[in-house]
Each structure stands twice: as structure tokens, then as C-alpha cells.
Design a protein around this ligand. Structure first.
Ligand SMILES: *[C@@H]1O[C@H](CO)[C@@H](O)[C@H](O)[C@H]1NC(C)=O
Ligand SMILES: *[C@@H]1O[C@H](CO)[C@@H](O)[C@H](O)[C@H]1NC(C)=O
Ligand SMILES: *[C@@H]1O[C@H](CO)[C@@H](O)[C@H](O)[C@H]1NC(C)=O
Ligand SMILES: CC(=O)N[C@H]1CO[C@H](CO)[C@@H](O)[C@@H]1O
Length: 877
């Protein structure tokens, strides 16, 4: 075994500037062991170390496992297993013992390798087509103590269709540029969600879509990294490449065979975990604002929404409710506890909900109970001298919980159980965790020493346990190599702040299990989500937790919903929300997402806010939120335009709520994708590959919003199919081929939505205006909460395809139980038209959920082939 010695800084610098890539020796295979479903090989450095940014590790081990017919695992780790690997407790690996049964011959993926001469490389090939999906042969693998590089060649002479590698606000299909496009993964505070920068979360997975199949590549590595999509003329083929440059971790690849785009997403969810099922109510409309001055004002917001006739489901409390912005406190003057309790009770009485924010930074103050109890349990991260590591956050000087320590979850749970005790505390319906990248308001890394001054007056806490030094901890496996420069690593990723530790926690801090923030930084939001999710479950063991998080990593959707962070009230960010929606939902398999509707920073302009109110209603998570410095932007504040748009948007959304809920159910059960890009459903249509201003909500609804500033027209693409305007029901037969169409006169409250022929939609009769039924629903009051929506009957809308057929489905349960047992209904609808306009609707499935609600009528849309529109009243239960 070889533990590399620390290089001097000057040595690193000169080596780094002197050694071009080609002089790195790579590795050669020394021994190989193979079986039907696996290959294990020893790799040894093939020549003089190049020590590009740190020391080459001499001995590696390669493990290849054919895990399923569509999933291949390739792990290249240090043979001594000291290098950090993500804790299984944080991101469990898909079990391979039970699945290590697939033989190489039945898998659609083939691993082949070159053992040496000049160096070890490998290829992944799709067995059924022979297509090479991943190919490291042009350049040697670099595996150093603080730098990893691996490059795969993309097919020559054509631009690849690559997606993913979020979180980012760039184009959905990743750009191919002359100078090379770089994605940096380092979770960070990111006001204004700028393009070409690292944002709040990291999802090291990409999809490569080709006309004859889509595959995915997940690198299970949480280190800071730059992923470059560039161009090389080395081999004379102008080949494109994708290159990983990571400052830690190992090469831990999961190759996902697809071959359909949605298969890849599902296969990815099998690796990182299926998304959490959300409570039904969380699909309602949410209102939030940083800067609501007091409880009376919030009551006014609720009243004004009600008077404007806009359904409001949930009211959110940003840090305003806190006393001095301390977690688990209420401001005695502005949000007195007893009055807040009454307010939440009133909301519940109206069937409404209340959600509050919590931040990870805990005020460092000797008489603050939450801090005291945490210090007692030794839950806070430590500085070099063993005292609590400090920084700045909303409340001032704070300390940070070590979410990896088991006692932290215990302490956090106790705080949550106490403060949110339904009988004595605030009876919240969900929690929102923010600033968990973690965001540190210290402007630079010397900020702490100035905070030192204030610290003199505060007693240093008694520490419960001995400080774990990195050296002591490195005895365990996968803990992280000792003797690294964890503060200023020699390779600097393109973090948008000056250094790794800027505006966040010092990367040289040691966690309770001996790992360091250097290796676990990107997991901070995920681990806080896990602890908070567990706390919510302790509070109400039988109820599905609702949790919203800003920072995420692969696997976070198992615990929390996500919003796209602190964007700007601009048309640009209105458009960006669609790209972000597509990346999260389809590629990261993260269905419960949305943006701050009307934008977070800056003043929202009326027409833009109207458009966004409408667009947001087609995102799975629908919340209006704004900054303290931004003017109030509740929908009712603009008389007719925005209020009218919102009223109509929420009404439409509530009619479709069970369609969305059904989609979420299958997302959480099977990894099915809720919001899909057009190429997911039309993978052979090249026109669709670059589209990121339109999306499918489920399989049936194509949403094509107006995307240009201040206009009332939009051009968008309709792929080959029969389409029906969702609002007017008029048919548009594109079954002979896809086409770009232009729609004029799109009012500020309107959005083009088309039903794909062949679909059946279950709609709630929840609003007075139902153009779909020719006004039949008139006289009916708008359902103002999702509770009321759930009491309304259904209408089944049939949109036949060119053969007169259609299908759809509906999932029903109580909307909130963790375990519904048999109390669920999975219903399938099948329509078969019979030429002259007649037809037959078959309803089958499992009917385990008892409800009074019935199917009131069936509407079959006119496909223009002579049948006419049909309405059949009084369907079955
Ligand atoms: C797969 O199964 C074989 C046979 O049981 C076993 O020898 C091998 O170690 C397993 N491979 C891996 C990579 O776990
Ligand atoms: C609610 O509406 C009333 C009447 O228009 C207005 O005076 C008040 O400021 C509004 N309050 C809030 C919080 O929107
Ligand atoms: C981390 O590095 C900084 C800068 O060198 C140093 O001030 C600090 O004490 C170190 N912290 C730990 C926990 O080692
Ligand atoms: C994705 C995106 O458009 N981000 C924008 C957010 O707002 C800021 C400020 O206007 C812009 O600079 C970003 O480009």
C-alpha cells in the first residue's frame, strides 16, 4: 500500500505547469479475475508518475459488475480503499448481491478494455447496435490524491445531444461551444441563478440521446468537479469529448442502457432512490414572502386572496416569524406565539396549510436553548482548536450542525417535536429548509477572525468529545486520504466564488465520522434533508412529510421537494424556469419542483407576472415567493390582469390535480417521469432535441407557453400526432408530420396546451368555467382548497388518436398516508371508437379506495372524422 507523502506547494505548482496531459503514464492491468457477471482487475501506474496536481496513486482496483440487463457498474478505486467514497448511509448503493446474477451475455451493455500499450482504457458498447457509448481510449486515466481526470470520446463529426449535470440555468441540451463548455459541481449560494455557474445542487448524471437509443452515465462522486464538453483534434476526427476533472472521490460509474429516454431516467432512480410521494395538498397553490412585517399582514394576505377569489392552499413563513432570525423562536411583538397558533388553527379550519422555514446556521449564543442542547449533545462542527466552527448567517454569528453525526438527527428531531408540538407549539404542515449549501455570509475566509472579537464575550462551549483528527479517522475505509491540502487544493475548480471555502463552511473541517467537508460539502443539503425528513416522520409517523429544500444532490428527491432558488423577476428567468424544470424532472428524476413564481429578486412587472402565474400552474410545485427587497407580488395586487390570470390558472390546475397526483404516484413508485421534454415521447424526431421552452406534463398534455417578452404570440413545435386544444377542444391533425405553428392573440391569462391524441384525462368538476363541457359545470362554485377539490366528481375526457383509440389512468388514495395499504385505486380507462362516432369505454383496475365521488360524465372529443363531440352523462363510480 502506498500513502503518498505531502508535496510541497512549490513542487506542485511547478509540476502542474510543466506536465502536459500526454506525459501522464496512465495505468496497466496486472491481474484479472472474471466471472459470468463480473470482472475484477488490479491496475498499476504504467510509468513515471506525472503528479499533475498532486500525487499519482500507484495501485488501483477495477470492479465491473453486470448488475441488471440495463445497468453496468464500473468502479475504479484505490486498492487500499482510503480515498473517500460517499457513505452508504447517505446514498445507499443499489444492492448488487441480489442482482449480481445478470450475465454479460444477457446485458445490453458490454464492457471491453485494453490492458496496456499504451495504457489501460475501456469502452462501453450497446450490445444490440454495436454503438460505442463511452470510450476512454484517447487519454490516460489520472488518479491522484487530489485530482482525478477521465475523458470519454463522443461520436465524431456530429454534435452530441447531452442533458443533465445540474443544477444549472443553462440551456436544457448542454451547449457545444468552440472553447469548450464547463459545468462545475460545487453547491453554492447563487443569487440571480446566473448561467454558466455552479448553483445550489449537484447531480453528476448526464443523458446522451442518439436517434437509435438513449443512455445515461451517473458518476457517484460528491467531490467538487469541473465537467468539460470540449473538442479535440488529437485523433484527426474533430471528436467531441466529455471530461471529468474532480478534486476527490473515486470513479464510480453507473452506465444505464435505456434504450428509451424514459427508461434511462427510471434506471437512474433505481440507483439513487425513487422520489418521495408528496401529500395531495402540496399540489395546491402556495404563497410566501420574505418581509411580511407581522401576523396581521399575513392575515390580510389570506383575506385578500379569498376576496379576490383565488384559491390559496398554503401560507408560508419565511425568517420573519422568528425572533432575531433564530430557528425555533417566534418574534414576540410581530408574530406572538399564541396568536400564530390561533392563526394556524384558523387556516386548518378553512382546509388550508402552513409551512415554516428553518435554516442550518444555529445562533451561537450561550442562553439560546437550541444551541445549548446542541452543544450538550456535541452536534456542531469543530474548528481546528476544538471549539465550535463559526460563521455568519441570518441570525448573526452561528455554528453549524454536523448532519452526519447520529446525535444531530436526535437533537434536531427533539427541537422540531417541541417547537412544532400541535398542542403547545406551531402546528405546521410542512417544513422548508434553506441556505443549506451551506451558505455562509462571511464575505471571505478571514471573516472568522473578525468575528473573534465578538466571541470574547461569549463563553466557549464545553465540548463533549475529543476532537477527531483526520489522521485518526483515516484508519477506516473510504474516509478520505490523510495529508491532503483540504483548504486550497492544487487543482481549483471553477467555483463562482474565489475559493472552495468562500461563502460556505471551511472545507478542512472534519465530520464526526472522520470524513471531511472537502469530500462531503455537496452532501450538506441532502443530509440536512434526511435529518429533517426523519424528524417530520417522528412528529407524524403515518403522514407523508412535506419538505422543501434549496440544496440537493443525487437522491435528494427521496426526501424533499426543490425550488429553483433566488431568481430574478425577469422574462429571462421565466424562460429559465422551463429549462430547469426539464433538467430536474426528466434527467435528475426529481419531479416535485418549481420556481419562485413571478421571480424572487426585483420588482415583478405586471404582464410578466401574469404569464408566470399561468406557467407556474403547470409546474408540479407552484409557489409565489419574493425577497424582502422586492415589492409585494401576491397575485391579487394587480387588479384584473394578474389576478384574473391566476384565478383561471389555479382553476385549470385544480381540474387536473388528480392527473398530476397520479403522475406523481407512478413517479414515486416506478421512477416514471412526470414532466417530459418532447424528445422523451418523440425520440426519433430531431426537431425536438433542442426544445426547452415547451414540455409535457405527463404523457397527455403538451404545454407551449408564450416565451418572449411582452408579446401575445408564440411559435412552437407540434410533433406528429393528432392534437386537441385543451381549452377549446378544437382538433389539429398533425398525424402526417410534425410542424411549427404560430398562435396569435394569446391573452395574458392564456397558455397554449394541447392534448395528445390517444389520451384520456380524469378531470375534477372543480370550477365554474369548464369550456370542455360546453358550460355544463356552470353554477358550480370554484373549489378553494384541495380538500374541496377532493370532494368533487370527475369528468372523463377522451381524446382519440388517429385510430380512434385512447387510454388513461387515475390513481386515488387518501392523499396523505405513508402506507395506504389496500386503500388505493388504480384505474385504467380504455376507449375504442367505432368509426361512425360510437365507441366503448372500458374502466378496469383495482378499486381499494372508498369514496363518494363519482364519474359524472364522459366527454369524447371530436376528432374531425365525422363523429362529432359526445357527452355521456352519469357514468359509474
Ligand atoms: C458476483 O458473483 C460472483 C459469484 O457469486 C462472486 O464471485 C463475485 O464476487 C460477485 N461479484 C461482485 C463484483 O460482487
Ligand atoms: C388587502 O386589501 C386591502 C384592501 O384593498 C388593502 O388595504 C390591504 O393593504 C391589503 N393587505 C394585504 C396584506 O395585501
Ligand atoms: C483550515 O484552514 C484554515 C486556513 O489555513 C485555518 O485557519 C483553519 O484553522 C483550518 N481549520 C481546520 C479545522 O483545520
Ligand atoms: C438563468 C437566468 O436567466 N438568470 C438570470 C437571473 O437574473 C440575473 C439578474 O438579472 C441575470 O444576470 C441572470 O442571467
Amino acid at each position: 500500500m502506498m500513502i503518498p507523502k505531502l508535496l510541497t506547494l512549490s513542487a506542485i505548482v511547478s509540476i502542474a505547469s510543466a506536465a502536459p496531459l500526454a506525459t501522464c503514464p496512465g495505468y496497466r492491468v496486472t491481474t484479472v479475475q472474471t466471472g459470468d457477471s463480473y470482472l475484477i482487475a488490479d491496475l498499476t501506474l504504467a510509468g513515471t508518475p506525472c503528479n499533475l496536481y498532486s500525487e499519482d496513486i500507484t495501485n488501483l482496483r477495477l470492479t465491473v459488475e453486470y448488475q441488471t440487463d440495463t445497468r453496468l457498474h464500473v468502479l475504479i478505486e484505490d486498492r487500499d480503499q482510503n480515498v473517500y467514497q460517499i457513505q452508504d448511509s447517505i446514498l445507499p448503493r443499489p444492492s448488487s448481491s441480489s442482482q449480481n446474477t445478470t450475465s454479460q451475455t444477457s446485458s445490453d451493455l458490454r464492457f471491453t478494455y485494453q490492458a496496456a500499450n499504451p495504457f489501460f482504457s475501456f469502452k462501453i458498447t450497446r450490445a444490440s447496435t454495436g454503438d460505442v457509448l463511452f470510450d476512454t481510449s484517447p487519454s490516460p486515466l489520472i488518479f491522484e490524491t487530489q485530482y482525478l481526470r477521465l475523458r470519454t470520446r463522443l461520436p465524431p463529426n456530429k454534435n452530441p445531444n447531452l442533458y443533465g449535470l445540474g443544477e444549472h440555468s443553462d440551456s436544457f441540451r448542454l451547449p457545444v461551444t468552440e472553447e469548450g463548455y464547463k459545468r462545475t459541481l460545487w453547491n453554492s449560494e447563487a443569487p440571480y441563478i446566473p448561467q454558466n455557474q455552479n448553483l445550489y445542487g449537484s447531480h453528476p448524471v448526464y443523458f446522451d440521446h442518439r436517434a437509435d437509443g438513449t443512455h445515461g452515465v451517473f458518476l457517484r462522486n460528491a467531490a467538487g468537479m469541473d465537467i468539460v464538453i470540449g473538442r479535440s483534434d488529437d485523433d484527426g476526427e474533430h471528436s467531441r469529448y466529455l471530461e471529468y476533472n474532480a478534486i476527490g472521490g473515486v470513479f464510480d460509474f453507473y452506465f444505464l442502457a435505456g434504450p428509451k429516454p424514459e427508461d434511462v431516467s427510471r434506471q437512474y432512480a433505481e440507483v439513487v432512490g425513487l422520489p418521495a410521494m408528496m401529500p395531495y395538498w402540496s399540489l395546491g397553490f402556495h404563497q410566501c414572502k420574505y418581509g411580511w412585517p407581522d401576523l396581521d399582514h399575513v392575515r390580510g394576505v389570506v383575506r385578500n386572496y379569498s376576496e379576490a377569489g383565488i384559491p390559496l392552499e398554503a401560507v408560508w413563513g419565511d425568517v420573519d416569524y422568528m425572533d432575531g432570525k433564530l430557528d425555533f423562536t417566534t418574534d414576540p411583538g410581530r408574530y406572538p406565539r399564541e396568536q400564530l397558533r390561533e392563526f394556524v388553527e384558523e387556516l386548518h379550519g378553512k382546509g388550508m396549510r402552513y409551512v415554516q422555514i428553518l435554516d442550518p446556521g444555529i445562533r451561537y449564543k450561550s442562553d439560546y436553548g437550541t444551541y445549548q442542547r446542541g452543544a450538550q449533545k456535541d452536534v456542531f462542527l469543530k474548528a481546528a482548536d476544538g471549539s465550535c466552527y463559526r460563521g455568519l448567517q441570518w441570525p448573526g454569528e452561528v455554528v453549524w450542525p454536523d448532519w452526519i453525526a447520529p446525535q444531530t438527527t436526535e437533537w434536531w428531531t427533539t427541537e422540531i417535536l417541541t417547537f412544532y408540538d400541535p398542542n403547545t407549539g406551531i402546528d405546521i404542515d410542512g417544513l422548508w429548509i434553506d441556505m443549506n449549501e451551506a451558505s455562509n455570509m462571511c464575505a471571505d475566509t478571514t471573516c472568522l477572525s473578525s468575528a473573534q472579537e465578538s466571541r470574547r464575550s461569549v463563553p466557549i462551549p464545553v465540548r463533549g468529545q475529543t476532537h477527531l483528527s483526520p489522521r485518526a479517522a483515516a484508519d477506516g475505509k473510504h474516509i478520505g486520504l490523510p495529508n491532503r491540502d483540504l483548504f486550497t487544493p492544487p487543482y481549483s475548480i471553477s467555483n463562482h466564488y474565489p475559493s472552495l471555502s468562500s461563502r460556505t463552511l471551511f472545507t478542512n473541517i472534519t465530520n464526526s465520522d472522520g470524513t471531511s467537508q472537502y469530500d462531503t460539502h455537496n452532501l450538506h443539503g441532502l443530509t440536512m434533508s434526511m435529518s429533517t425528513h426523519r424528524a417530520l416522520l417522528s412528529r407524524s409517523p403515518t403522514v407523508r412529510p412535506f419538505l422543501l429544500t434549496r440544496s440537493t444532490f443525487s437522491g435528494s428527491s427521496k426526501y424533499a421537494a426543490h425550488w429553483f432558488g433566488d431568481n430574478f423577476s425577469s422574462w429571462a428567468d421565466y424562460r429559465a424556469s422551463i429549462r430547469q424544470l426539464l433538467s430536474f424532472s426528466a434527467i435528475h428524476n426529481y419531479p416535485m419542483v418549481g420556481s419562485d413564481v413571478c421571480g424572487f429578486n426585483g420588482p415583478a412587472q405586471e404582464k410578466m407576472c401574469a404569464r408566470w402565474a399561468v406557467l407556474g400552474a403547470w409546474h408540479p410545485f407552484y409557489r409565489n415567493h419574493a425577497d424582502v427587497s422586492a415589492p409585494d407580488q401576491e397575485f391579487y395586487r394587480w387588479g384584473s390582469v394578474v389576478a384574473g390570470a391566476a384565478r383561471k390558472a389555479v382553476a385549470t390546475r385544480y381540474r387536473l390535480l388528480d392527473y398530476i397526483y397520479t403522475g406523481l404516484h407512478y413517479a414515486s413508485k416506478t421512477g416514471e417521469v412526470l414532466v417530459k421534454p418532447l424528445w422523451f415521447l418523440f425520440p426519433e424526431d430531431e426537431e425536438t432535441y433542442g426544445i426547452d421552452t415547451q414540455f409535457f406534463l405527463g404523457e397527455a398534455l403538451l404545454v407551449s407557453p408564450v416565451v418572449e417578452d411582452d408579446v401575445q404570440s408564440v411559435s412552437f413545435y407540434l410533433p406528429r400526432s393528432v392534437w386537441y386544444d385543451f381549452f377549446s377542444h378544437s382538433v389539429l391533425d398533425q398525424s402526417s408530420g410534425g410542424q411549427t405553428i404560430t398562435v396569435e392573440g394569446v391573452d395574458w391569462d392564456s397558455i397554449p396546451v394541447y392534448i395528445r391524441g390517444g389520451s384520456i384525462l380524469p378531470l375534477r368538476l372543480s370550477s365554474p368555467e369548464s369550456p370542455e363541457d360546453g358550460g355544463e359545470g356552470k353554477g358550480q362554485k370554484q373549489a378553494m382548497t384541495t380538500k374541496e377539490v377532493r370532494e368533487r366528481d370527475f369528468e372523463i375526457l377522451v381524446a382519440p388518436d388517429e385510430e380512434g383509440k385512447a387510454r388513461g389512468r387515475l390513481y386515488l388514495d387518501d392523499g396523505e398516508s405513508m402506507e395506504v395499504g389496500g386503500r388505493e385505486s388504480e384505474i385504467e380507462f380504455l376507449w375504442e371508437g367505432s368509426g361512425s362516432g360510437g365507441g366503448r369505454l372500458e374502466v378496469r383496475g383495482v378499486f381499494g379506495y372508498e369514496t363518494e365521488v363519482r364519474v359524472r360524465r364522459v366527454v369524447v372529443l371530436d376528432d374531425g372524422r365525422g363523429g362529432g363531440k359526445k357527452v355521456v352523462e352519469g357514468g359509474g363510480g
